[in-house]
Design a protein around this ligand. Structure first.
Ligand SMILES: [Zn+2]
Ligand SMILES: [Zn+2]
Length: 230
């Protein structure tokens, strides 16, 4: 697996990725300020829960950066085609380069990608052979962080004891309900979207591996790729 740095010049992709970073920042700053720290200071929750929250958030950001800036499997201009595999290669009529049959040309990235799954605007990168695992990690950590934040938001209103000592002059305290409603909206949207995506990804992987087990002779590239679009 090659982990070369890859950068896609696409303003639309930058906007989408910027939105994801904004959602991450919004939750990482405001949830601890409104929910975690006040409850910790009043002894309602142990400090380890705050450390876990930041830990998952960092894993999530690292997974985003790695999935975005890792080469998804760009083909070189003069690929060395292994002897005996020539029949599994073809010419791309867009970039005029040879590629294995399960590769696809991405018009946003402007080149062919080995085992391309889809182009994801949210990471501003293609999801292909070399970053598919990183993309799945990102989905997993995002699910975890979103569920964790939503659980605390729920407990804040319906389970924990009310916070007694609050500085009512603080902006976040005065606008707490609006901030938490927006956080819940973002969290539920992310959770529903990524659960759907995660599900189709897992079904695609399981189906592909079953095909390989049942048809081992075709595993070099005769069958079509499981196309999973976000
Ligand atoms: Zn191409
Ligand atoms: Zn692409």
């Amino acid at each position: 697996m090659g982990l070369r740095i890859h950068f896609v010049v696409d303003p639309h992709g930058w906007c989408c990725m910027g939105l994801i970073v904004f959602v991450w920042l919004y939750n990482i700053v405001l949830i601890p300020k409104i929910v975690l720290f006040p409850h910790y200071e009043e002894g309602h929750i142990p400090g380890i829960l705050i450390i876990i929250f930041y830990g998952i958030a960092i894993f999530c950001l690292v997974a985003l950066v790695r999935a975005s800036f890792t080469d998804p499997g760009r083909l070189p201009e003069n690929p060395k085609i292994p002897h005996g595999e020539r029949e599994f290669w073809e010419l791309c009529n867009k970039c005029n380069l040879m590629r294995p049959k399960r590769s696809h040309h991405c018009s946003r990235c402007g080149h062919c990608v080995r085992r391309m799954d889809h182009h994801c605007p949210w990471i501003n990168n293609c999801v292909g052979e070399d970053n598919h695992w990183l993309f799945l990690q990102l989905c997993f950590y995002t699910e975890l962080l979103t569920s964790y934040a939503l659980m605390f938001s729920f407990c804040h209103y319906y389970y924990f004891l009310p916070v007694k000592k609050r500085n009512l002059d603080l902006f976040v305290v005065r606008h707490e309900l609006a901030i938490m409603r927006l956080a819940a909206f973002m969290g539920i949207t992310m959770l529903v979207g990524i659960t759907g995506l995660f599900y189709t990804q897992l079904i695609g992987i399981i189906t592909y591996h079953w095909k390989r087990v049942l048809q081992p002779k075709k595993s070099l590239g005769l069958e079509s790729a499981p196309q999973i679009f976000a």
